[in-house]
Design a protein around this ligand. Sequence first.
Ligand SMILES: O=P(O)(O)OC[C@H]1O[C@H](OP(=O)(O)OP(=O)(O)O)[C@H](O)[C@@H]1O
Ligand SMILES: O=c1cc[nH]c(=O)[nH]1
Ligand SMILES: [Mg+2]
Length: 211
Amino acid sequence: MRLHVADHPLVAHKLTVLRDKKTPSPTFRQLVDELVTLLAYEATRDVHTDTVQIETPVAVTTGVKLADPRPLVVPILRAGLGMLDGMTRLLPTAEVGFLGMQRDETTLEAITYANRLPDDVSGRQCFLLDPMLATGGTLVAAIDYLLARGARDVTAVCLLAAPEGIEVVEKFVGDRADVKIVVAAVDERLNEKAYIVPGLGDAGDRLYGIV
Ligand SMILES: O=P(O)(O)OC[C@H]1O[C@H](OP(=O)(O)OP(=O)(O)O)[C@H](O)[C@@H]1O
Ligand SMILES: O=c1cc[nH]c(=O)[nH]1
Ligand SMILES: [Mg+2]
């Protein structure tokens, strides 16, 4: 598994505002959108392309275009939905699947309440979107759904990760697939409720309110 931590002053600045508990939902949503665009740039570094010939007003030249099969982008609801527009803006050919998952706050087990993925994703580059990687239970379950459908190239785009969760994902993946995690920052630890410290709180609640 590969881990890429975005090291950029703009990312750090936006993340600081995002963490601030005084930041209201509309600003929070806007910042998540901007951050994912910056992370998507790194997350798509190895995206498959084909060579094409085009004609500029001046000359014939070769360039590239995003290749087929189309990449698959999968936001993990709720919180991952806040990252979808930013990602597809950068990756316009992407197809979008959905996973609805909620962590049981007592057992910390990830419960799946919605699964709308293609049956076969072999040969396709898959991008999972979820702002928070805490215990890793949710991301492991999501990666498992993709591997079971034939994926071997999976990139998770997250805003914050805990070292504990990264280790769990790394152990699960082993050498089964090429998995990359792109994250804005790796925080200190999890607290007794398995929240990321210092973190930003519950990403879903901060995006959409408490339900
Ligand atoms: O790494 P884990 O310990 O599994 O925790 C991380 C998960 O928890 C949050 O979702 P949550 O369950 O709060 O659902 P929500 O997006 O609907 O708020 C977050 O968006 C991740 O999906
Ligand atoms: O810190 C955390 C942990 C899990 N889910 C969140 O939204 N935040
Ligand atoms: Mg939540």
